[in-house]
Design a binder for this molecule. Structure first.
Ligand code: ZN
Length: 83
C-alpha cells in the first residue's frame, strides 16, 4: 500500500452504501461530525464504477457539485454511512 500523504487530513474513513453496505470510498476526512460532502481530491480510493452510483445496488448515493470551486460529491441524505 502507498504511504499516506503528508498533506491534508490523514485520518481515513470508509464510506459505505446505506442500502447494501458496499464500500464506496476511502476518504481523508477533515474535522469531525456528519459526512455531508466529500472533495474528490481527498478520496484516496474510489471503488465506484460510475460517479455517484453504488456498484452493487446501482442506486445514486451522491451528486457531483462544486464547493468553493473544487469538485466534490454531495451525499444524498441517508444513502451512506461511514466508520
Ligand atoms: Zn448499494
Amino acid at each position: 500500500m502507498a504511504k499516506p500523504s503528508k498533506k491534508g487530513p490523514t485520518k481515513t474513513v470508509d464510506i459505505f452504501c446505506a442500502g447494501c453496505s458496499t464500500l464506496l470510498f476511502k476518504y481523508r476526512k477533515g474535522g469531525k461530525g456528519a459526512l455531508i460532502k466529500s472533495f474528490k481530491d481527498r478520496i484516496s480510493q474510489d471503488y465506484t464504477l460510475e460517479p455517484c452510483i453504488c456498484p452493487k445496488c446501482h442506486k445514486a448515493f451522491a451528486r457531483e457539485t462544486l464547493i468553493r470551486g473544487l469538485p466534490a460529491y454531495k451525499f444524498i441524505g441517508g444513502k451512506v454511512w461511514f466508520k
